[in-house]
Design a protein around this ligand. Sequence first.
Ligand code: F6R
Ligand code: MG
Length: 356
Amino acid sequence: MAGHHIVAKPLLEIGEKNLKKAKEKGLINSYYVFHAGDDLELLMVHEKGEDNPEIHKTAWNAFLEATERAKSLKLYGAGQDILKQAFSGNVRGMGPGYAEMEIEERVSEPIVIFAADKASSSAFNFPMFRIFADPSNTAGLVIDPTMGGGFKFEVLDTKENKKVVVKCPEEMYELIALIGTTQRYTVSRVWRASDDMVCATTSTTKLSLIAGKYVGKDDPVAIVRAQHGLPAVGEALAPFMHSYFVEGWMRGSHWGPLMPVGLKDSRTTVFDGPPRMVALGLQICDGGIASDGDEPMISDLFCDPAFDMARREAQENAAALRYMGEFEPARLPAETLEYTTLPLVLEKLKSRFKKA
Ligand code: F6R
Ligand code: MG
């Protein structure tokens, strides 16, 4: 409540109610409702495959109902991510971000779900590179022969709406050349190269490209499979031992240091941030989330003093950037500013510009 920092309890309850109903109807096998800052997150495990209209409709209906409730409470930014009204079977292009991954369940299937707030869709480029391509992060790339074949990355060009698959380690430099340009390129999927097993997906929705103007940051999510011939859970978390910079933060217009946090600290406060990320660990069991009775067993992975250093770095870097005010590099470059007043300033001063 109070601006853009958290999801109010009644809205979380609407998420819960809708997914419970979907489970009772047999549409989904398990669910977990949580929030990343001001974003309502609906985690569903089911056997309907990717892009299933009934699954997408379930999420859409929950978001619409939560929007109505938020409006009735006059909460700020109600339905900010609902960009279109007519639902046609898929939330793609409608506003809400989503990541899906269809898997063949292994003997044991550890999964990490990441969700960020006040960050852009390419906030996962750097950690995905570290997890699946960087041997200084992921020891398994060196030590476990089943990872020796490397990983393939699908990279989306969000401007041209094209995608390309790049293979590491052979094309590591090409991969970095692309995904280092975070304003434009986003890692959307990763496969193990030896057998094309999918091992990571991210949400790639760019709200500003759908809306044609600033309407809120993309606040992306990612799904990462782990262990037994894939990076270990600990290797998937290792990039977050340090803070790194993402686009987003206040008004979606600033570089901000990413702060990994436990669910209890998943609230963006200072300068609407700093950008935060939560990580949830779970095991898939017979098509659902391994549960204790009805309760899905979820570990709040960043709720750990091991990430205190990253949190401290994020605080220090946040202060350093804010000291710069609206001078670059604290503020995003003009071309990527979504909320820019620059055209208005230029228009106002137009007649006063003289040949230099
Ligand atoms: C960023 C975000 C916030 C708002 C900011 C101003 O994704 O949602 O930082 O941009 O609070 O919001 P308005 O213009 O609605 O007052
Ligand atoms: Mg948000």
